[in-house]
Every structure is written in structure tokens, then in C-alpha cells.
Design a protein around this ligand. Structure first.
Ligand code: ADP
Ligand code: MG
Length: 309
């Protein structure tokens, strides 16, 4: 018997996608990017995304601070809106609650969620509650962007340069619960340049770079010596570079840029580093990891990033 596990997360999404009819003038992008893109009004687009957290899978109710769980639920959605080049507006909160959960846990969860919501002026306007064996929460976020300025995963072209924000790896030591979604940084980047593609790094650089390459039908060369490795990746043990390339949940932004625009990009935005890590090449060349542009020894990357099943 074939199971959910055999098909895998992306196999399941593909089964759903095949059934979903998105032939509608108002749908500019359906399933397959960081957010769906809808025509709204005359000058803007709506960016619609949903993400969930479940006890025992994405966090541990008995161990993790409830404020950080609530904060993360919103932050992972904000990260997807950031990756489309937009800013957040409205949210719906759906909850599956075991009846025995304490009200104080629940209030602290809400405190974390609303605290981050105030920072980004997100308005919670609805949702749903039902009973569940294990706690789960799902947040749906509607963001917006100007009609001509939203950024998909699919615009990277050979010759473009690849950049990442912040530092990568070892998020398990804490960043995965307390990261800053890069809404403001992306808006600042968009004031200066027009990236050709963008994605947030939720499943690790290798896997998320792969999503951009597949959607854009291109390949890439990534240089190990240029990767901004986090302090946490160095503290974790094992290869810091392997952590930086494969660990999930950094929620930094990966984007591509035409070379002629690079001079307009600052080295830091609001204190967050912007680092060039490689370049886009033709699809036939695939995704390859080299030591540096001068030192063409290949780095063999074994871990493929975080997978759900
Ligand atoms: P992200 O990591 O950016 O949140 P995902 O890997 O979760 O993206 O999802 C990839 C794409 O598949 C997105 O367009 C998302 O909306 C879509 N998707 C995921 N789960 C479902 C589902 N249950 N039904 C329809 N679309 C889905
Ligand atoms: Mg995403």
C-alpha cells in the first residue's frame, strides 16, 4: 500500500495542484510559489499564503515557550510574503485545541503572535477553532505588493548573481523560533534594485535554491567560501558549511540579480548582511557547489535539506 510518506510533501502538493483549476483572470499565480498572487484593485496584487505548526512535529508544547510558538506561526507566513516582495495586511487564525490545554499557555501563545503582529501592522480579522487530539495552529496571511513589483521564484536567468540575507545554518539552536522575517529588508532592497527571483530559505539553501532553479529552468554555481556561515552553525558540531547549506528554518531570503544592478546593492541593510554566494548558469549545468570562483574544486553536498516525510 502506497502511503502519504511514500508520496512525500512535494508529491502531495503536486497531486493537489493537478486538480486545482486556476484559470481565472484574477489569479496571477496559484500553487507553487511562496504565496499565491491575486489581482486586487487597479494597481496592486494580493499575496495569499498559509502555514501551520503542530505539536510534536514543528514544536514541543511541553518544552518551547508559548510566546515563541505564537510568534513563529506568524513569522513563517511573514517570511513568505517577504519572499514575494510584499508587505503583510490581514490574517486568519485556525486552531485545533486539546480541551486540556491551560488558558495561561494559550494567552502566552497569543501574546507572542500579537506582539509580532503589531511590529508589522498585521490585522487579525478571523479564523476558526475546533477540537483536536494534539495542538495545531494554522495562519493564513494576505499581503500586498504593487502590480508590477511582486517577485516569483521563476525569473532567474543565466548570468544573474545569487545573494542571501543574513547568516545561515544551525537555526535549531534558537533562530528557528525567534528569527526576524525579512519584510523590511526586502522592501529596502526593492527600493534600490529589481531582483529577478526570490524565495525564503525555509528548507535549507540547497533545497530552496533547487526550487528557484526548477521554476526558472536554470542551473547555478554556488561557492562554499562565500557562504555566510552563522555562529550557531559553527557551534553545532560537524561541518559548519554543511549546516549552512542544508539546515532548514533560517528564514533568510535568497534572491537573484542582473549583474549590472549589483553596484546599487549595499553590503548591509538595517544591520543585516547581504552576501553574494554564486551565479545562475544554464539548466544543463545543474546545481554545483565549488570551493570559490578561483578554486574550482567541487564540494560534494550529501544532505538535501529538511524533508517532512
Ligand atoms: P513554503 O515553504 O514557501 O511555505 P511550501 O513548500 O509549503 O512553501 O508549499 C509550496 C507550494 O505548495 C505553495 O504554493 C503552497 O501554497 C502549496 N501548497 C502546500 N500545501 C498545499 C495544500 N494542502 N493545498 C494546496 N496547495 C498547497
Ligand atoms: Mg517560502
Amino acid at each position: 500500500m502506497k502511503t502519504i510518506k511514500d508520496v512525500g510533501e512535494f508529491g502531495l502538493i503536486e497531486r493537489i495542484r493537478r486538480k486545482a483549476d486556476v484559470r481565472d483572470r484574477s489569479i496571477l499565480k496559484g500553487i507553487g510559489d511562496d504565496a499565491a498572487v491575486l489581482r486586487v484593485g487597479r494597481i496592486g496584487v494580493g499575496l495569499l499564503t498559509a502555514d501551520s505548526l503542530a505539536d510534536g512535529v514543528d514544536f514541543h508544547l511541553k518544552k518551547d515557550k508559548p510566546e515563541l510558538v505564537g510568534r513563529k506561526l506568524l513569522a513563517i507566513n511573514l517570511s513568505d510574503v517577504a519572499a514575494m516582495g510584499g508587505w503583510p495586511r490581514y490574517a486568519l487564525l485556525s486552531l485545533g485545541l486539546p480541551p486540556g490545554i491551560s488558558v495561561s499557555w494559550f494567552d502566552r501563545f497569543l501574546k507572542g503572535l500579537f506582539g509580532l503582529g503589531r511590529c508589522f501592522e498585521v490585522k487579525l480579522i478571523g479564523g476558526d477553532i475546533s477540537r483536536a487530539k494534539q495542538f495545531w495552529a494554522s495562519l493564513t496571511l494576505l499581503g500586498e505588493a504593487p502590480r508590477q513589483k511582486w517577485i516569483s521564484r521563476s525569473g532567474a536567468r543565466p548570468g544573474d548573481l545569487v545573494f542571501v540575507t543574513g547568516t545561515l545554518g544551525g537555526s535549531i539552536l534558537g533562530k528557528h523560533l525567534a528569527f526576524t522575517p525579512r519584510i523590511r529588508e526586502v522592501q529596502a532592497i526593492l527600493k534600490r534594485v529589481c531582483p529577478t527571483s526570490m524565495i525564503d530559505i525555509s528548507d535549507g539553501l540547497i533545497q530552496d535554491m533547487g526550487h528557484v532553479l526548477k521554476a526558472s529552468r536554470v542551473g547555478a554555481k554556488i561557492y562554499g567560501s562565500m557562504i555566510p556561515i552563522s555562529g550557531a552553525a559553527r557551534r553545532l558540531g560537524g561541518s559548519p558549511l554543511a549546516h549552512a547549506l542544508a539546515d532548514g528554518e533560517d528564514f533568510e531570503i535568497l534572491f537573484t540579480l542582473r549583474p549590472k544592478e549589483v553596484a546599487k546593492l549595499p553590503g548591509r541593510i538595517f544591520g543585516t548582511k547581504i552576501t553574494r554566494v554564486g551565479e545562475i548558469v544554464s539548466r544543463q549545468q545543474g546545481l554545483k557547489f565549488f570551493h570559490s570562483p578561483e578554486d574550482r574544486r567541487i564540494i560534494h553536498v550529501s544532505k538535501k535539506g529538511f524533508v517532512h516525510f
